[in-house]
Ligand binder design. Structure first.
Ligand SMILES: Nc1ncnc2c1ncn2[C@@H]1O[C@H](COP(=O)(O)OP(=O)(O)OP(=O)(O)O)[C@@H](O)[C@H]1O
Length: 260
C-alpha cells in the first residue's frame, strides 16, 4: 500500500509526539499517570472501533470522549492552569528538550547523599525539625512552586541554614531534584490515613502523603524526638541510623521494614 507523507504530516506527528512527551513528563511518577494511561487506552479503543467500522460502539465512545474532555477540565482545573503556566515558564523552556532525563535512571551523587546524611545527623542531635523530599522520576515542579525556588547546590551548611529555627525558609519542605535544592518552604499533601500512629504529627503526615501521591522519597527529622524517618511509596521506617539513611538514599533498601 502506498501512502504519501507530506512535510505537514511529519510536523503533525512531531508536534503530537512533543505534546505527549510533555504531558507524560509532567505526570510521570505521580498518581495522574494512571489517569493519563486510562484516557490513552480509551482513545486507542475508540480509534480501533472506528477503524473496524463498528458504528454504534464508536458513536458511544466518541460521545464519552467529547464529554470526558470537559469533565477532565472541570476536575483538573487547578492542574490544567498550572500546566499552562508551566509551559511559558523559563524553567520549563530550559528543560523542554531534555530527552536524556526520560531514559536515565535518577541517581544521587555521593557528595549530595553525604551532605544530606551529615545534615540529618546534625538535625537529629540538635532536635531540629526537617522535611526533605528527594525527587525520583517526577520533577515535582508543581510542589516546588508552592515554596521558594532556589536551584542551588546541596551542601550540609545550606540545609542546616534552611532548617535553622529562625530562618524564613525553615517551615515546610525542601525539594531536592537532579542533585540540586530545587525549592524550600514547600507545602506537601497531608495524608489522611487513619493507621498512622498518633505520635506522628503533620510533618510526618505530609511526608507520607507526598510519598503516596508521587514516587518521591522523603526524609523527616522529628523536632520532638530527633528521630530520622525514611518514607517511600506510602511506607515509612522510623528511627533509622545515618548509615541506613545513606543506603536508602542510594536506593539500597535492604532492611527497609514496611510500616503502613
Ligand atoms: N503540608 C505540609 N507541608 C510541608 N510541611 C508541613 C506540612 N504540614 C506541616 N509541615 C511542617 O511540619 C511542622 C509541624 O510539625 P508537627 O510538629 O505538627 O509534626 P510532627 O510530625 O509531630 O513533627 P515533630 O516530631 O518534628 O514535632 C510545620 O511547622 C511545618 O514546617
Amino acid at each position: 500500500m502506498f501512502f504519501h507523507l507530506s512535510l505537514s504530516d511529519i510536523a503533525d506527528i512531531l508536534l503530537v509526539a512533543f505534546i505527549f512527551y510533555q504531558v507524560y513528563k509532567l505526570v510521570k511518577g505521580t498518581v495522574a499517570i494512571n489517569i493519563f494511561a486510562g484516557i490513552f487506552t480509551f482513545y486507542v479503543a475508540w480509534l480501533l472501533v472506528k477503524a473496524l467500522n463498528m458504528e454504534l460502539m464508536s458513536d458511544i465512545l466518541g460521545q464519552f470522549i467529547g464529554m470526558g474532555v470537559i469533565a477532565l477540565l472541570i476536575v483538573f482545573q487547578q492542574e490544567v492552569r498550572r500546566f499552562l503556566l508551566l509551559i511559558g515558564s523559563k524553567y520549563n523552556l530550559q528543560n523542554i528538550f531534555n530527552f536524556e532525563r526520560l531514559f536515565s535512571k535518577p541517581s544521587i551523587k555521593d557528595e549530595v547523599a553525604e551532605a544530606i546524611v551529615r545534615a540529618c545527623d546534625y538535625f537529629a542531635k540538635t532536635k531540629t525539625g526537617a522535611l526533605i523530599v528527594l525527587s525520583q522520576n517526577s520533577e515535582l515542579f508543581n510542589y516546588a512552586q508552592t515554596g521558594v525556588l532556589l536551584r542551588s547546590i546541596v551542601t550540609e551548611e545550606l540545609l542546616e541554614n534552611i532548617f535553622f529555627k529562625n530562618s524564613p525558609l525553615h517551615d515546610g519542605a525542601v525539594i531536592i531534584a537532579d542533585n540540586k535544592i530545587l525549592a524550600a518552604r514547600c507545602i506537601l499533601p497531608v495524608s489522611d490515613n487513619n493507621n498512622i500512629p498518633g505520635s506522628l504529627g503533620l510533618r510526618h503526615r505530609a511526608a507520607i502523603g507526598m510519598s503516596a501521591a508521587t514516587d518521591a522519597h522523603i526524609v523527616v527529622v522529628s523536632e520532638e524526638t530527633g528521630n530520622i524517618t525514611f518514607v517511600k511509596d506510602g511506607h515509612f521506617k522510623v528511627r533509622i541510623t545515618p548509615q541506613e539513611l545513606n543506603s536508602f538514599l542510594h536506593n539500597d533498601f535492604t532492611g527497609f521494614v514496611v510500616n503502613k
